[in-house]
Design a protein around this ligand. Structure first.
Ligand code: HEC
Length: 208
């Protein structure tokens, strides 16, 4: 009886110790199971372990450095990534420049010209996109009478007096960043497609 008790006690203590040793806190990652799964042997672009002794207890490297050392000494700042070539300009997926104007910078936006050349195919695409993204609120004819528009209320009538002369850059900006009760669509529609919608709104809805 006594022996069984002692065995249970020792087992329990062992399990408790096992759980306690797994704990990670602060800068201590705790014990890792199969650490090579976490610390890649290949250069990882977004990690950089500059301590040459890191993981030396496990190391099988021929250069004598720690197994986890992961830093490219030939790159600037010993980064694993290369720096972009000087004067590199970032582009979005569709090849245009990132749009940096803030939601309130409507006046600046109004000066931007539509970079997409107008033709029948562009108009057809603009129409399809308008039907996809705008009709629910603005209605087929752009008069603000879409089904969702009826619920939301206050949807702009794109044919109405104040809106008919809106510059193309302004319309682009409103779609991109939203305005008042209209939400931003910039994260859903790529820039080149927004410009096609703008062509459609100007040419077919506003007949400008
Ligand atoms: C969820 C409903 C909704 C959707 C979807 C929507 N709009 Fe709007 N839109 C509105 C509302 C509401 C306003 C009025 C905003 C305000 O002034 O408060 C508005 C205003 C506008 C204006 C006038 C901006 C100004 O300067 O006052 C334009 C232009 C416009 N929308 C174009 C579009 C186009 C093009 C699409 C499709 C990409 C679209 N909207 C999608 C609800 C919507």
């Amino acid at each position: 009886m006594k022996i069984t008790h002692s065995i249970y006690t020792i087992l329990l203590a062992g399990v408790a110790f096992g759980f306690a040793s797994c704990g990670a806190s602060g800068d201590d990652p705790g014990y890792e199971y199969a650490p090579q799964m976490y610390n890649s042997v290949a250069y990882e672009p977004l990690t950089q372990i500059v301590n040459e002794d890191e993981g030396s207890w496990l190391s099988s490297r021929e250069d004598g450095k720690g197994e986890f050392f992961n830093s490219n000494v030939n790159n600037p700042y010993r980064m694993n990534m290369r720096e972009p070539v000087a004067n590199t300009v970032p582009r979005t997926k569709d090849g245009s420049l990132p749009y940096r104007l803030k939601a309130f910078e409507l006046e600046e936006a109004a000066k931007i010209q539509n970079p997409i050349e107008l033709n029948d195919q562009v108009l057809a695409e603009g129409k399809a996109l308008y039907l996809q993204y705008c009709v629910a609120c603005h209605g087929t004819g752009g008069e603000g009478d879409g089904k969702a528009g009826e619920v939301i209320g206050g949807v702009a009538n794109l044919k109405g007096g104040a809106y008919i002369n809106l510059p193309e850059g302004h319309i682009f900006h409103v779609i991109m960043k939203g305005k008042g009760r209209m939400g931003a669509h910039g994260s859903q529609i790529p820039q080149d497609r927004i410009w096609k919608i703008v062509h459609y709104v100007k040419q077919e809805i506003q007949k400008q």
